[in-house]
Design a protein around this ligand. Structure first.
Ligand code: C5P
Length: 310
């Protein structure tokens, strides 16, 4: 019996380090360590009644849902079309109703759009019963965006190339993050452009992943991890949004072990000792009124099927 509905959940990511290298063909060479954390978007796909793919977006009212496109510019739409082309599906069979239930902040540096794209690939592959090999799904994911492959894989992984080459790393234990969302998003290309402006005329070296960070993850050494966190997009993002420096300092003042911008920002991350400490820091930061505060732990798995209906 044909499937009527497939639901797939995919997590947000944080970058524990983000080394940015030279610009090549419109993208920067990256050396990063991704960690998937327990904030999720849920994507549901159904065969469409007509030959047109549609997208609807739902979620918590505090998220900037109006900023999420509901037309073919949504990366989930592109993901469904890319997979349909790969599978050689005719338009009438490939048309789907995509429902996105957002739990990941929009334009926050937490890769919510990438999570939607990864979830849509898995959901459509399942709905269409294509059994696409994992390596092909990862390749299609890489075409959709630099951090879409990681949203498929989840856990903790090194990202190289432009971020799309994902190699899982061994870690022990859970890591607890307080996440301060900004009410106003920040454009990733704008932050990279600011990085280029500052480095104009200088040779940018190839980036690497610090050994200290990988050792801390292997040893479940939270303080060691706190000392090893780094983000080359911190300076350019803070030049575009100077208030971020103070927000990061506020979390350290409230006893977070370390604070770091998430990817290209503007979400701020605060590393805590464990769940209780994260609850305390989140409670304190909530009182500042700078934006919505939540907490989540990682690593968690990548995109996975959470509902099937025949
Ligand atoms: O790959 P993705 O579509 O997520 O990238 C969005 C934008 O971020 C790119 O168009 C580019 O401006 C910037 N980017 C970059 N180098 C990377 C990844 C992203 O310059 N490695």
């Amino acid at each position: 019996m044909r499937l009527r509905t497939v639901a797939v959940t995919a997590p947000a990511k944080v970058n524990l380090c983000l080394g940015v290298g030279p610009l090549r063909d419109g993208y920067h060479e990256l050396a990063t360590v991704y960690q998937a954390v327990g904030l999720y978007d849920r994507v549901t796909v159904n065969p469409a009644e007509t030959e047109t793919t549609t997208i609807s977006v739902h979620g918590d009212a505090r998220l900037s849902l109006d900023d999420v496109p509901t037309d073919e510019t949504n990366i989930a739409f592109t993901a469904a079309r890319l997979l349909a082309d790969y599978c050689g599906l005719p338009a009438d069979e490939a048309a789907v109703e995509i429902g996105i239930d957002k739990g990941i902040p929009v334009a926050g540096g937490l890769a919510g759009g990438s999570a939607d794209a990864a979830a849509t690939l898995v959901a459509c592959d399942t709905l269409w019963e294509m059994h696409t090999p994992r390596e092909d799904l990862l390749r299609l994911a890489g075409e959709l965006g630099s951090d879409v492959p990681f949203a498929l894989v989840g856990g903790t992984a090194i990202g190289s190339g432009r971020g799309e080459i994902v190699t899982p790393v061994m870690t022990r234990g859970d890591y607890w993050w307080v996440i301060l969302e900004s009410p106003v998003g920040l454009s990733t290309p704008a932050v990279y452009a600011e990085f280029d402006r500052v480095h104009a005329g200088r040779k940018v070296p190839s980036p690497g992943v610090p050994d200290a960070l990988l050792s801390a993850l292997r040893a479940n050494d939270v303080e060691g991890l706190a000392a090893a966190l780094s983000n080359d997009l911190h300076a350019p993002a803070c030049r575009l949004r100077p208030e971020l420096e103070q927000l990061l300092q506020d979390g350290r003042d409230e006893s977070a072990y370390a604070s770091i911008l998430s990817g290209s920002g503007p979400s701020c991350l605060f590393l805590c000792e464990g769940r209780v400490h994260a609850m305390q820091v989140a409670g304190a930061l909530g009182g500042y009124g700078a934006g919505h505060v939540s907490f989540a732990s990682g690593p968690v798995p990548g995109a996975r099927i959470t509902g099937l209906e025949h």
